[in-house]
Ligand binder design. Structure first.
Ligand code: HEC
Length: 199
């Protein structure tokens, strides 16, 4: 390419560049887009996606309250369907199986059965089995007493736990009285309530 040809080529590139710049500036000046306040297209979430949105975890209602509407007959069916009967006997003087006999367990000390070899986890628990503690225990034994040898995963439904605890309550010559349900609006699981403390 001779020098004139080279000049022409350079000029062509320059002109093209200037034309492009000019067009861009002109375009920006002529069109002024307005920003939308919100997204114009808002797709409706299908139900399945809504379910995935995390919801606040609500604590279980106090067991005192649930016991008021619990039913020992449902609890008796519960210990069968939950498989408690595979490991426990419930009759007075019943033998230990994999787990101890549970007659009179409500209000009895932790590790209440004479001669049964409890884990250190249960032996370390002081005081009697209260309604609250039984509920926590049955919710998830391994959380209530880490290292326990009761290999039962737990029952998350607080109403079903209350039914079972109500049934366990009846397994005594003099069943523990039902606790007084907390007054509506009172702080949940008020530990100072006399009925709970008495246990
Ligand atoms: C796989 C067998 C097994 C199943 C199922 C099982 N348990 Fe147990 N349970 C045990 C064993 C073993 C212990 C002793 C725990 C320890 O010493 O750590 C125990 C302990 C207990 C205790 C404490 C007893 C005491 O004297 O302190 C209660 C209450 C109890 N179980 C209730 C239940 C209920 C109610 C169910 C059903 C919802 C249930 N268990 C299901 C094996 C079982």
């Amino acid at each position: 390419m001779d020098s004139l040809g080279l000049n022409k080529a350079c000029a062509a590139v320059l002109v093209a560049g200037i034309a492009f710049m000019g067009a861009t500036l002109l375009g920006d000046g002529l069109v002024s887009p307005t920003k939308l306040a919100k997204t114009a297209y808002q797709p409706a979430l299908p139900e399945s996606d809504k379910a995935a949105v995390p919801v606040a975890i609500t604590p279980d209602p106090p067991v005192e309250l649930l016991l008021a509407s619990a039913d020992p007959a449902r609890g008796e069916a519960g210990v069968k369907s939950q498989g408690c009967v595979a490991c426990h006997s419930f009759n007075q003087g019943g033998k230990a199986g994999v787990g101890p006999n549970l007659y009179g367990i409500v209000g009895a000390p932790h590790g209440h059965m004479e001669g049964y070899s409890y884990s250190a986890a249960i032996k370390a628990k002081a005081g009697p089995w209260t309604f609250d503690e039984l509920s926590e225990w049955l919710k998830k034994p391994s959380t209530y007493a880490p290292g326990t040898k009761m290999s039962y995963a737990g029952l998350s439904d607080p109403k079903k736990r209350a039914d079972i605890i109500d049934y366990l309550r009846t397994l005594a010559a003099n069943p523990e009285p039902l606790p007084t349900p907390p007054a509506p609006g009172a702080a949940p699981a008020a530990p100072a309530a006399p009925a709970v403390k008495a246990l």
